[in-house]
Ligand binder design. Structure first.
Ligand SMILES: NC(=O)c1ccc[n+]([C@@H]2O[C@H](COP(=O)([O-])OP(=O)(O)OC[C@H]3O[C@@H](n4cnc5c(N)ncnc54)[C@H](O)[C@@H]3O)[C@@H](O)[C@H]2O)c1
Length: 304
């Protein structure tokens, strides 16, 4: 029995890059896949039929897939996506919220349209696709579902020039934690991926720094390195693993820290004075630095 046999998956933004590799791998592991992609440019403009090419590739390899070109940024698009799975395969078990665009600008130059477009595809896109899936799970009492969301170090750490994208990606991590809570009753997990891969989204950034991106770089750092953990999280092997953030790429697989209180002081009956905070805040900062240093040490890669 293959790992994803009898599973039905919807992968958004699966016409190229990371989403395509996830769709190909899931199909090769036995899943029936809805390949969604609007087929646009990196900045979200334009449309195309690239989802059909991925479907053809899956079918040529003996797998089952159908395409969908709706936008994840629209409520109707998310509903149509879930309906495509139900109409063609009779159910849905796995949702991979991967579709994405970029409109990098510093805050000084970021227009409302740049802000809205990026928030719409990433953050609202997660809502648009997850809500109909969650409602389907509840109405059919379909257990064992899997939701895989796409965040980024841009939002989890912060990255210059990406306020719109970082806000969406940090929001997605919060969204994923709430989905884990709200769907736990149905045995549905919700986990977040923080990927690092050479795709059309990131190759120009490398090239702008004067770095060469050839076949050997793609082999060691391409989107195919992101797909395995997504497929594993989509499988029955991951039951009970939920609300986590996995960082992956270039042969690495890691688990990330989540926001948590590291140290705290408490007093009763009166509010903190400025003089007390003069004493306490440096101690909090020191505790945080020690925590970061410990995580840096334990997070060093272990070669296998
Ligand atoms: N590549 C990386 O290193 C990296 C790092 C961090 C996060 N990510 C995230 O991983 C995900 C995949 O990125 P990628 O590098 O493969 O990018 P990519 O540009 O290669 O692929 C993204 C796909 O999403 C599709 N898409 C865009 N808007 C859409 C919409 N409204 N509806 C449906 N499809 C739409 C695009 O057409 C494209 O095919 C994104 O969410 C991205 O933000 C990537």
């Amino acid at each position: 029995m293959q790992r994803l046999e009898d599973k039905i998956a919807v992968v958004t933004g699966a016409g190229r890059g990371i989403g395509k590799e996830i769709a190909l791998l899931m199909a090769s592991l036995g899943a029936k896949v809805v390949v969604n992609d609007l087929g646009g440019n990196t900045d979200g403009t334009g449309t195309g039929k690239i989802a059909d090419d991925v479907v053809a590739e899956i079918r040529a390899a003996g797998g089952e897939a159908v395409s969908n070109t709706d936008s994840v940024a629209e409520v109707g698009g998310g509903e149509a996506l879930v309906q495509t799975a139900l109409d063609n395969f009779g159910g849905m078990d796995i949702l991979v919220n991967n579709a994405g665009i970029l409109r990098d600008r510093t805050i000084f130059k970021m227009e409302e349209s740049d802000w809205d477009a990026v928030i719409a595809v990433h953050l609202k896109g997660h809502y648009c696709c997850t809500r109909p899936f969650a409602n389907y799970i509840r109405s059919e009492n379909r257990t064992g579902g899997r939701i895989i969301n796409f965040s980024s170090v841009s939002g989890l750490y912060g990255n210059f020039g990406q306020a719109n994208y970082a806000a969406a990606k940090a929001g997605i991590a919060g969204f994923s934690r709430v989905m884990a809570l709200e769907l736990a009753k149905y045995g549905c997990t919700s986990n977040t991926i923080s990927p690092g891969a050479l795709t059309r989204m990131t190759i120009p950034l490398r090239e702008n720094r004067g770095e060469n991106v050839g076949d050997s770089e793609i082999e060691s750092g391409g989107p195919q390195h992101i797909a395995p953990i997504c497929a594993w999280l989509a499988s029955d092997a991951s039951a009970g693993i939920t609300s986590e953030i996995f960082h992956t790429g270039r042969g690495g697989i890691a688990i990330m820290q989540q926001p948590k209180i590291i140290k705290q002081f408490k007093k009763r009956g009166s509010v903190w004075t400025m003089d007390e905070l003069d004493q306490i805040v440096p101690q909090l900062i020191d505790a945080k630095k020690a925590n970061v240093a410990a995580a840096d040490e334990s997070g060093k890669p272990i070669e296998l």
